[in-house]
Design a protein around this ligand. Structure first.
Ligand SMILES: *[C@@H]1O[C@H](CO)[C@@H](O)[C@H](O)[C@H]1NC(C)=O
Ligand SMILES: *[C@@H]1O[C@H](CO)[C@@H](O)[C@H](O)[C@H]1NC(C)=O
Ligand SMILES: *[C@@H]1O[C@H](CO)[C@@H](O)[C@H](O)[C@H]1NC(C)=O
Ligand SMILES: *[C@@H]1O[C@H](CO)[C@@H](O)[C@H](O)[C@H]1NC(C)=O
Ligand SMILES: *[C@@H]1O[C@H](CO)[C@@H](O)[C@H](O)[C@H]1NC(C)=O
Length: 814
């Protein structure tokens, strides 16, 4: 999340002249391979239509009283048909579907955020006609039948921004929304066909308005639009994304339309987007960094248009990886040149993309071809405007055809409902008070390999280590919360003897483990908790994985780390308040472990989501993600924010694939600084900050890479927005001295690194080698600090653009 926000390109163009606050650094090199493939067993699992009805529709619902809620009649699960929707293709179902979503006094206009009114809105197969938008309240899962996708169809006279709207604009055109775009967390839309083909071709309506931040996802959605070239006046859109701070989306198909995906967000990872017969598949309105993994763009017009802003480019950086462009007129249209500004804006990394079926891979709007099509492009980087050398991609990370392994979030489409074993039916209480450690452990021990553990919505208190055996699948209902106990008697209180809370496998175990839709929190301070420790390696890539599993430390109901006692106090010099400490470490991948991480947000709250003041808060959490694998890891769409020592540390590791990473430095630092209240421990390879002389040096390292090899990072957004909550340092770009530290490592490849307000972007062996000043990026961004009163203060930073990119590769690291 970000308590700060950006203004997107469209609006930005009006601001004129630059307020550059983000720097970007693109390293060159790569090589390539073929298009995507999945091993046989994964394909089988992903297949639909086994004949069993979709379990989600018939599983027993026993969420009961929502934890930390008082309304006993509030219901979590809503089948739209119970609210009067017909799904017969004739009846207007708008009101019924919207009632299913809004019922129960949920978090709508004026609410900002709330975690105690979640809703799981289920849509059975059928065709649902709608005439105005379906409004996605905060904390909604909008879930269609995965075996027979329900169709949401616009009437010819449909009025509104989009059929599915994630963030309603207040009327009047002032650009303000129900939810601050960069705080629009916790929502999912999956398994739908969204159809606007009955509307006039000139209708400027999108299938989905997706203006979201972290812990959000779109999955398995087909968007049907009318096919028609520019002469038809086609204005139909698939996704309209104006801004936000995301995020993750996968398995989307866009058919027809003018701009199929109008795309703009700070940072994002998307995977397996397919475009058929669109005039422009992706219009990149603005961004800081975006990874498009496994794109498939078929027929017509332009694949990706990143020309917004002309010579003053609004796109920060794009990574296009493992994709296929077929029969497009132009694969990618760019305005990046030696004259464009800011100097690093418009960075484009092409990695293993097949342009065989297309004449032009990259081109200027005036028709000059920069990179011809007709072949597969192994590696090409726009900041150098050339094909570049390739890093060695460890084969363990790659499919037989040379793409990075990937796997869709499991939905268990064909699994009979009887195979799901409920936590609440097996003695767990989930009321946020009862200790459920023994009940959960017994359940995990008892399930067989053809069963799936189903954690009903609730808050499950855990006070000592739970071991997750191998060959197990665990899925949650609307993010049940695992509450790490900070009560006396808990095993998680001593930071000199940290203990795992969920311990996945024993060191050396090999087997399959799937975890989906779970949130980990602490109940009070648990400074000795390693919340999730992963020792297991999958039998095959993607076989051990977690999708939509998040950490949320403080800032919400039930955590006892809220704004009533942890509100920031920047005006007094202080240490770490004992009552506002989080955990030791959020995620630990050990040497023998291997995991596929997809859409995982490790958030140490920077502000309150439930108490209505929504104040900024100080929560002191030791560490974010520690990756020590000697085996392999794939990280898609991960973010770790606001820990004290580091957000990501890769230590003693190898074979690390990371798509877009996102982090933010803890806002209160250096009051106190990174060393308080978790002094570095040598046994944990913590950074010691021994190279520091100035206060802004002792700050959260966004990423530290220590004693590691073969680390491939495709895109990162690492932000330092504050110095003890003061944003004045954004103007001078020095909120922090160092943000990425690479030590005693080799074979480290980073592409499209974007940082905010760190003097140095990358240090190698404690020496700064990539200064931000040489790598300025732009996108005309305005930062706002949300003050406690809700009044926005804005700051515009200006700077000049200096020279070209610096390259970091293994040679320089030796
Ligand atoms: C987000 O985008 C919309 C649509 O262009 C714009 O009106 C709004 O001002 C933007 N919001 C922020 C906070 O930048
Ligand atoms: C409690 O939930 C019921 C059922 O959803 C709803 O009708 C009612 O308005 C809610 N009451 C309050 C006080 O929010
Ligand atoms: C891509 O998405 C489609 C559905 O949109 C799905 O059928 C296919 O299996 C997905 N492929 C991969 C590699 O995830
Ligand atoms: C097209 O635009 C590029 C980038 O601005 C420029 O370098 C090139 O000279 C232009 N070509 C023509 C034919 O105008
Ligand atoms: C570096 O990592 C290797 C494992 O790759 C380990 O054996 C070695 O002990 C580590 N060295 C240090 C100094 O931590």
């Amino acid at each position: 999340m970000v308590a700060l926000s950006s203004v997107l390109g469209f609006v930005a163009l009006r601001l004129l002249l630059s307020h550059v606050v983000t720097e970007s650094f693109t390293q060159a090199t790569l090589f390539g391979h073929d298009s995507t493939s999945q091993p046989e067993h994964l394909e089988k699992r992903a297949s639909y239509g086994s004949g069993a009805p979709y379990w989600v529709e018939s599983i027993r619902r026993q969420a009961g009283l929502i934890p930390y809620q008082t309304n006993a009649s509030y219901v979590l699960y809503r089948n739209v048909k119970d609210y009067g929707a017909k799904g017969d293709g004739v009846t207007d179902d708008t009101a019924a579907i919207n009632l299913a979503i809004s019922d129960g006094n949920r978090c709508g206009a004026g609410c900002d955020s709330q975690t105690i009114t979640p809703a799981f809105v289920y849509v059975p197969a059928g065709t649902y006609l709608i005439s105005t938008p379906i409004v996605m309240y905060y904390y909604t899962e909008f879930h269609g039948d995965a075996n027979d996708l329900p169709i949401i169809k616009a009437t010819p006279g449909f009025k509104g921004i989009a059929l599915v709207d994630s963030d309603v604009y207040y009327p009047g055109g002032g650009g303000s929304n129900w939810y601050a775009n960069q705080n629009n967390f916790y929502r999912k839309v999956r398994n739908f066909v969204i159809d606007i083909t009955a509307m006039p071709i000139k209708s400027n309506t999108a299938c989905i308005h997706w203006q979201v931040a972290q812990a959000t996802s779109l999955q398995n959605i087909v968007m049907n639009m009318l096919v028609g070239d520019k002469t038809t006046g086609n204005k139909q859109q698939g996704i309209f994304m104006d801004n936000g701070s995301g995020g993750w989306m996968e398995d989307l198909i866009f058919n027809g339309g003018n701009i199929a995906f109008f795309s703009g967000n700070q940072q994002f990872t998307s995977r397996n987007l397919t475009f058929n017969n669109c005039n422009t598949a992706i219009f990149q309105n603005w961004n800081w960094v975006w990874a498009y993994k496994s794109l498939s763009i078929n027929h017509r017009g332009i694949g990706i248009d990143m020309t917004q802003g002309g010579n003053v480019i609004t796109t920060g950086s794009l990574i296009v990886q493992d994709g296929v462009f077929t029969n497009t007129q132009v694969g990618i249209m760019t305005t990046f040149s030696s004259n464009s500004t800011p100097v690093s804006a418009g960075s484009l990394v092409i990695d293993n993309v097949d342009f065989t079926g297309t004449k032009v891979a990259v081109q200027y709007p005036n028709g000059t071809v920069i990179l011809p099509g007709g072949s597969k492009v192994a590696a090409w980087v726009s900041r150098i405007q050339q094909t570049v050398g390739a890093p060695p991609k460890p084969s363990v990370l790659l499919t037989p055809t040379g793409t990075f392994w990937e796997r869709s979030k499991p939905q268990y489409e064909g699994v009979p409902v009887a195979s799901f074993i409920s936590a609440k039916s097996n003695g767990a209480v989930g009321d946020g008070v009862t200790d459920d450690t023994a009940a959960l452990q017994a359940l995990f021990n008892k399930v067989t390999t053809n069963q799936i553990v189903y954690i009903d919505h609730g808050a499950y208190v855990v006070s000592s280590t739970i071991t997750i055996p191998k060959n197990i699948r665990i899925t949650g209902e609307m993010w049940p919360m695992i509450m790490v106990s900070g009560n006396s008697g808990s095993a998680f209180l001593d930071q000199t003897h940290p203990q795992p809370v969920f311990r996945v496998g024993e060191p050396g175990d090999v087997g399959s483990v799937e975890m989906t839709d779970i949130v980990f929190e602490t109940l009070g301070s648990a400074p000795g908790a390693i919340i999730l420790q992963w020792n297991m390696a999958g039998t095959t890539p993607g076989d051990a994985g977690m999708w939509d599993v998040h950490w949320r430390i403080g800032g919400t109901a039930g955590t006892k780390l809220q704004s009533d006692k942890c509100t920031k106090t920047p005006l007094v010099s202080h240490g770490a308040s004992n009552g506002c400490v989080g955990a030791f470490l959020l995620f630990h991948l050990t040497a023998t472990g291997s995991v596929m991480m997809v859409n995982n947000w490790g958030w140490v709250s920077d502000h309150e989501l439930d108490i209505t003041n929504h104040n900024q808060i100080d929560i002191y959490n030791g560490r974010g993600a520690l990756i020590e694998t000697q085996h392999s890891v794939w990280m898609y769409g991960t973010a770790f924010e606001h820990s004290m020592l580091y957000n990501y540390q890769i230590a003693n590791a190898k074979n690390v694939y990371m798509s877009v990473l996102q982090s933010e430095t803890a806002y209160m630092q250096d009051n106190p600084n990174a060393l308080t209240p978790f002094p570095p421990q040598a046994a944990w390879n913590d950074p010691t900050f021994s190279n520091c002389f100035i206060p802004t040096c002792y700050k959260t390292l966004a990423m530290r890479i220590y004693n590691s090899t073969y680390v491939l990072n495709y895109g990162a957004g690492f932000y330092s927005f504050f110095d003890n909550y003061d944003t004045g340092c954004l103007l001078t770009h020095n909120c922090q001295e160092n943000i990425v530290s690479v030590e005693q490592s080799e074979g480290i490849y980073m592409y499209a690194l974007n940082t905010v307000a760190s003097i140095n972007m990358v240090n190698v062996d404690l020496t700064a080698i990539v200064p931000q000043a040489a790598n300025l990026n732009g996108f005309y961004t305005r930062f706002k600090e949300e003050s406690e009163s809700g009044v926005a203060l804005s700051f515009d930073g200006t700077t000049s653009f200096l020279n070209a990119p610096t390259i970091i590769n293994s040679d320089q690291l030796e």
